[in-house]
Design a protein around this ligand. Structure first.
Ligand code: F6P
Length: 459
């Protein structure tokens, strides 16, 4: 193997450059050239395949910095449709013209669906990433627990999962995905910051975090000490929720509630609203979970309670909603993400060198520490070939206390105990660098643009 290509697809995470850096470092050791494809699959769908040589003469280019968030290659949510045989053949031909012997896709489930048909043409490995921490399995046989019922949804079926079995942390397939730790760091800090203002003004703060149908980010946000955490895997039951909020208000006069964007009601229907997106992978956008919880509390608790007892104008004024939003996906990755993203990138190169087809580099938890491993990508699929988001295991969450359970705490500790490095803390100081006031933002895109090469027109 002389030359490989790498691309970053789907939503970005703070750890993409770290993954690319790890792949390039490992490729340098084996004198393998690495071409970075610009803007994910959209670069492969372009006949010119805009690309950048990431390691000329086995030296990584200076724009490749694993401590920076985003991707120097750019990312897009474009995907190669596995059923579109002609496009697949065209893309495979372009990779051949680039003289590429292997492909690394840094992405999630949508990326894997795009990569699989290409792996019939050349060795291809997925390097996992997603802040949602939902690309993986809680235990190896989990995909067999999915069943489906006909419905009018986009796929013609509604997929549901039988209750999970008990499992040990060592059984988890792909323990944590790069990007998750940084997202939790950001969401936890946000909760801490919003807390003191809710506390001073005797208000209820409802803070919405990302994660789609998976409550992993919300669970990790427990580090910011919200009073209540709501996750999609535990349908919202209004009575105990209101009771809990009232008892918290009684003691501390304010409350902080962390809501995962995909929370559902007792019928399993999304509490906020889901809107179709133009995302070709078919991902819907979630909106309004925190607002829905606010409406529920406003209706159930009522104005009287706040105006008489809490001296707020009314329920609507006393309860406020904040979405942390894309700050969870951006900025400098913390040490856990940087280190393991880079390791996973290196592992992906090794898998290619071993001639792996359609496999995934994974992070496993063994005997109290993290180790690298790999798996056949098909093991993530159910019997109909669908990759479902890994749910937050019910055993990680205590629905009575609205907090992580003992096993949830154990899981989080194993990731976060040493997730921050001294360099992460030191990096905060650079914010007030006087240069920031004087110099404009120096975008990596400006520099990478000067390096982009293109294939000559197809004949
Ligand atoms: O999958 C990652 C994620 O950040 C989700 O948590 C969130 O729902 C979604 O992407 C947001 O996507 P977009 O950037 O397209 O708004």
């Amino acid at each position: 193997m002389k030359r490989i290509a790498i691309l970053t697809a789907g939503g970005d995470t703070p750890a993409l450059n770290a993954t690319i850096e790890g792949a390039v470092e490992r490729a340098n050791q084996s004198r393998v050239e690495v071409y970075g494809i610009i803007k994910g699959f959209s670069g492969l769908l372009n006949p010119e395949v805009p690309h950048v040589h990431l390691n000329p003469l086995s030296h990584r280019i200076p724009e490749l910095d694993g401590t920076k968030g985003g991707s120097l290659l750019g990312a897009s949510r474009d995907y190669v449709d596995g059923d579109d045989i002609e496009t697949i053949a065209r893309v495979a031909d372009r990779l051949k013209r680039l003289k590429v012997d292997g492909l690394i896709c840094v992405g999630g489930d949508g990326t894997l669906n795009g990569m699989q048909p290409l792996s019939d043409h050349l060795p291809a490995v997925l390097c996992p990433k997603t802040i949602d921490n939902d690309l993986g399995l809680n235990y190896p046989d989990e995909p067999n627990e999915w069943f489906r019922e006909p419905n009018e949804g986009p796929r013609g079926y509604r997929y549901r999962k039988r209750p999970s079995r008990e499992f040990d942390l060592d059984e988890m397939v792909n323990y944590a995905t790069p990007g998750y730790a940084t997202a939790v760091y950001v969401s936890s800090l946000s909760v801490q910051r919003i807390r003191t203002t809710a506390e001073s003004h005797r208000r209820i703060a409802i803070i919405e975090v990302m994660g789609r149908d998976c409550g992993m980010i919300a669970l990790g946000t427990a580090y910011g000490q919200p009073d209540v955490i709501l996750v999609p895997e535990s349908p919202v039951d209004p009575d105990p929720l209101v009771e809990r909020v009232l008892s918290i208000l009684d003691v501390q006069k304010h409350a902080v509630i962390c809501v995962s964007e995909g929370i559902v009601d007792q019928d399993g229907d999304i509490l906020g609203s889901k809107i179709a997106s133009k995302d070709p992978a078919g991902n819907v956008q979630y909106t309004g979970a925190a607002e829905a919880v606010k409406r529920l509390l406003v209706e159930r608790i009522g104005d009287d309670f706040f105006s008489r007892q809490r001296r707020n104008e009314n329920a609507d004024a006393a309860i406020f909603v904040r979405k942390i939003g894309h700050t969870q996906r951006g900025g400098r990755p913390i040490r856990f993400d940087r280190f393991y993203a880079s390791q996973l990138g290196g592992k992906a190169v090794e898998l290619l060198l071993e001639g792996c087809h359609n496999c995934v580099s994974t992070l496993q938890y063994r005997d109290g520490g993290m180790v690298l491993d790999s798996m056949d990508a098909n093991k993530l699929r159910d019997r109909w070939g669908i990759i479902h988001a890994r749910p937050l295991p019910v055993a990680f969450y205590d629905p009575h206390r609205f907090k992580p359970s003992a096993q949830g705490v154990q899981y989080l500790r194993s990731i976060f105990a040493n997730a921050l490095g001294a360099e992460d803390v030191e990096s905060i100081r650079s914010l007030f660098d006087t240069g920031n006031l004087i110099h404009p933002y120096d975008s990596v895109n400006t520099h990478v643009n000067k390096r982009i090469r293109r294939l000559p027109p197809e004949v």
